[in-house]
Design a protein around this ligand. Structure first.
Ligand code: G6P
Ligand code: ZN
Length: 544
């Protein structure tokens, strides 16, 4: 086996986005495209020589091929040891868990999260640092800059390795350990939650649950945890085998893309609890029988009930939510007397708060919830958290939510997405809003008085870094809000996200239908932003 240095030329489009470098598979398959990016990662890191890296992905098309390249390049770039998940499978939270547990130098996650997979669909490469979280902007910037100057990469000439066989072997000077994808992650879950109590609950005959892995990475994790460890009946986990194209589906756990699960949970003879995770396992959707829990409410409820589960028995240092996430959790934090941070969209903004011990639980409206146990959001963690609370309280999802609303009031909430719209038009829409910000305060729109209107900016309380232009907020005097922002994760055109929130204190009005309750705010949003006119759409692509 020998190391070769291969001459190459930069690709201009290797700038990592919100969650690493995400492109269509054919883009990654261009000559040296993946190699350039991986070499740029190694070239930008200091201290990886002799160190341990964790490598794995969500099983999508090109996962295995990419891992072979990464292992050979790690061997040629003096990495000491790589822990790789069996079959190349590791969920995003599992990578984070492994980096922390084995004090690895970092990790490479192969995933495009909730985007579809397949030969003409999406692939992605993300680098995580030693705290287990996504690389901060300084690191991704250095990787991009290096990718623009790269003229060669190093690779070990070797046979492909067998990723399916557990065990350790040498690849040149690199020690490769193919590890079970689930064991360490499952152990962490067992440490945080009362598995005995959940098991009793699930085998009591009183509840039926349904976990949908959408043919993506959480299948093996969910089967091991729910069916084997917690003794839920076989078949509890559906779509539990990771497929390279996710069965042709869109592995995003929301009301639109997880339609089979939604049909089951809203059908006759629906189970008591249903949940789904996304492609790489960091998102979650929670459903009760004929009941959808918004991610914003889910966060608030986990925070309110945190001391009922072992991992958070001693209380929370603080909580954090992304700006567009509803203010339901703020009310809980206030009652608990803990800090509540409002950050820009993107899990990376929670990293400093978690590392500094200022926040214990975090969440986003985009179906992400997590805590300081890892540095990624964590879908199965949220599902187990819910089941643990249900087991302790012996209550259904709907009962727990109704009780929460009765105590704190309801932040009625919805998100409307306009996907694949023309980028210029989307930017014009945001500019139009920016131009109006100065004049909105004090105006009354359909009976709602504007209390503030701004373009959100965030100063990180730990390192003082400032992030500007993070979304347009229009807040009203009764606590209602309308938020507009453009998605940072799409790969085609632009996606406009409109977030709507109204506070309702009166329990007799808590069971209102969400869209009807938000109708006035929806009208105001269209009036102010001229959504229909500028996007050419008369309704959103997705409503969650
Ligand atoms: C990814 C990030 C999340 C973020 C979401 C927002 O999933 O990991 O932290 O909330 O993207 O996506 P958007 O498309 O709204 O920019
Ligand atoms: Zn994801």
């Amino acid at each position: 086996m020998s190391i070769t240095t291969v001459a190459t030329q930069p690709y201009s489009d290797q700038k990592p986005g919100t969650s690493g470098l995400r492109k269509k598979v054919p883009t990654f398959q261009q000559p040296n495209y993946l190699e350039n990016f991986i070499q740029s990662i190694f070239d930008s890191l200091e201290g990886h020589q002799g160190a341990t890296l964790v490598v794995g992905g969500d099983g999508r098309y090109y996962n295995r091929q990419a891992i072979q390249v990464i292992l050979k390049m790690a061997a040629a770039n003096d990495v000491g040891r790589v822990l790789v998940g069996q079959g190349g499978i590791l969920s995003t939270p599992a990578v984070s868990c492994l980096i922390r547990k084995y004090q690895a130098f970092g990790g490479i996650v192969l995933s495009a999260s909730h985007n579809p997979g397949g030969p003409n669909e999406d692939f992605g490469v993300k680098y995580n640092v030693s705290n287990g979280g996504p690389a901060p902007e300084g690191v991704t910037k250095a990787i991009f800059e290096r990718s623009q100057a790269i003229d060669s990469y190093r690779i070990l000439e070797a046979e492909d390795v067998n990723l399916d066989q557990l065990g350790a072997f040498q690849l040149g000077n690199l020690r490769v350990e193919v590890i079970d994808s689930v064991t360490d992650y499952a152990a962490l879950m067992e440490f945080l939650f009362d598995f005995d109590q959940i098991q009793q609950f699930l085998t009591s005959g009183k509840v039926r649950i349904c976990i949908d892995s959408l043919h993506a990475v959480t299948g093996p994790y969910a089967k091991a945890i729910f069916e084997r460890r917690l003794n839920a009946p076989a078949g509890t986990v559906r779509n539990g085998t990771p497929l390279e194209d996710f069965g042709g589906g869109h592995p995003d756990p929301n009301l639109v893309y997880a339609h089979d699960l939604v049909e089951t949970m809203f059908g006759d003879d629906a189970p008591d609890f249903g949940a789904a995770s996304d492609g790489d396992g960091d998102r979650n959707m929670i459903l009760g029988r004929h009941f959808f829990v918004t991610p914003s409410d889910s966060l608030a409820i986990l925070v309110a009930n945190a001391t009922r589960v072992p991992g958070y028995r001693t209380g929370l240092a603080g909580v954090a939510r992304s700006m567009p996430t509803s203010q339901a959790v703020d009310r809980v934090a206030e009652k608990l007397g803990i800090d509540c941070y409002e950050t820009p969209t993107g899990w990376k903004f929670f990293g400093n708060l978690l590392d500094a011990g200022r926040a214990t639980l975090c969440g986003e409206e985009s179906f992400g919830t997590g805590s300081n146990h890892v540095r990624e959001k964590d879908g199965l963690w949220a599902i187990l958290f819910w089941l643990n609370i249900m087991a302790v309280r012996q209550q259904s999802v709907a009962e727990i939510v109704a009780d929460h609303w009765a105590t704190y009031g309801r932040n009625i909430y919805s998100r409307h997405d306009y996907e694949g719209i023309d980028t210029d038009r989307a930017e014009a829409l945001i500019r139009g809003l920016q131009d109006q910000l100065g004049g909105l305060k004090g105006q009354t729109l359909r009976g709602y008085e504007v209390a503030y209107a701004d373009d959100f900016s965030y100063t990180d309380p730990v390192d003082g870094s400032v992030s500007t232009h993070q979304g347009i907020r229009i807040g009203f005097t009764d606590g209602s809000r309308i938020v507009f922002r453009l998605s940072g994760t799409g790969t085609q055109g632009a996606t406009l996200r409109l977030y709507l929130e109204r506070y309702e204190a009166d329990p007799s009005r808590h069971q209102q239908e969400t869209q009807a309750a938000l109708a006035d705010l929806i009208q105001i949003a269209d009036q102010v932003a001229r959504i229909q006119e500028l996007t050419g759409r008369d309704q959103p692509t997705v409503i969650t």
